[in-house]
Design a protein around this ligand. Structure first.
Ligand SMILES: NC(=O)c1ccc[n+]([C@@H]2O[C@H](COP(=O)([O-])OP(=O)(O)OC[C@H]3O[C@@H](n4cnc5c(N)ncnc54)[C@H](O)[C@@H]3O)[C@@H](O)[C@H]2O)c1
Length: 256
């Protein structure tokens, strides 16, 4: 409790999955949460749940791939809550499962518009109040797929790799303003993003879990809170000397 008291936090993709759990945990730890997403119905549901539990939150409908959308929403959030202390870039899509020689330019561009440009726009418009106040924490949702190759989802790998590098680069550039930038790199976590894939897997979710966790030391699928608790740490004053880290949260996948 109270690990994030007073911290104004913007969470993109806060309506579902890990972004949603991150929003809920942050509010429970005392943060003021601006939930953003392009799914307004689910976003409103998350905010209602946070308020019912005694937390402070509001919702902004934002498409992270539109700079105009992001700029307008962040100006309103700063007006409403006074600043932005923490930004969590959780919005993301997985795109089509194709190798390089089959990918179209449109498929590549539509994935990069959300997973890479979305992080760029969101970070760009959250930075001014952080620079002005001389503090801030930015947490990017990348993936183990941003740290290593695999035989699926090529464009997603490349996009999440860009997010890993943006994390280190922004950490290098903005450290002089006491702004920290870190990324979390989950292995497979059962959220709406992967539920469809898991359900369609031959043998269903049980078989999907067996196959997908065979390279992990801890052989279970991740839970949203496994990753959201790391975000609490990275947003809090417990981690004021931690920046530029690409943190795997993956049941030990990257250690092998
Ligand atoms: N689930 C996994 O196994 C896994 C593993 C590694 C990394 N990740 C990453 O974690 C993050 C969260 O994933 P999740 O599994 O919770 O997904 P999810 O699909 O449950 O939630 C993603 C949210 O992002 C929102 N979103 C998508 N495009 C958007 C846009 N253009 N503008 C605003 N919001 C948009 C969606 O509406 C949704 O609410 C993503 O960046 C994802 O790539 C997921």
């Amino acid at each position: 409790m109270n690990r994030l008291t007073g911290k104004v936090t913007v969470i993109t993709g806060g309506a579902s999955g890990m972004g949603r759990t991150t929003a809920e945990l942050f509010a429970a730890e005392g943060a003021t949460v601006a939930v953003t997403d392009f799914n307004a119905d689910l976003g409103a549901e998350v905010v209602a749940g946070i308020r019912a539990a005694g937390g402070t939150a509001d919702f902004w409908r934002v498409d992270v791939s539109s700079e105009a959308n992001v700029a307008a929403a962040y100006a309103e959030i700063i007006e409403r809550f006074g600043t932005i202390d923490v930004l969590v870039n959780a919005a993301g899509i997985i795109g089509v499962d194709k190798p390089t020689h089959e990918l179209s330019e449109a498929e590549w561009d539509s994935l990069f518009a959300v997973d890479v440009k979305g992080v760029f726009f969101s970070t760009k418009h959250a930075l001014p109040p952080m620079i002005a106040q001389g503090s801030g924490s930015i947490i990017n949702y990348s993936s183990i797929y941003g740290l290593t190759g695999n035989d699926e989802f090529t464009a997603y790998h490349a996009a999440k790799g860009a997010v890993a590098t943006m994390t280190m680069q922004d950490a290098a550039v903005y450290g002089k303003y006491n702004i920290r930038v870190n990324s979390v790199h989950p292995s497979t976590v059962l959220t709406p993003l992967v539920e469809g894939i898991a359900n369609a897997f031959p043998g269903g979710i049980d078989e999907y879990e067996k196959v997908n966790t065979r390279m992990q030391s801890i052989r279970r699928l991740g839970r949203p809170e496994d990753v959201a608790w790391a975000c609490v740490y990275l947003a809090s004053d417990e981690s004021t000397w931690v920046t530029g880290v690409n943190l795997p949260i993956d049941g030990g996948f990257m250690a092998r």
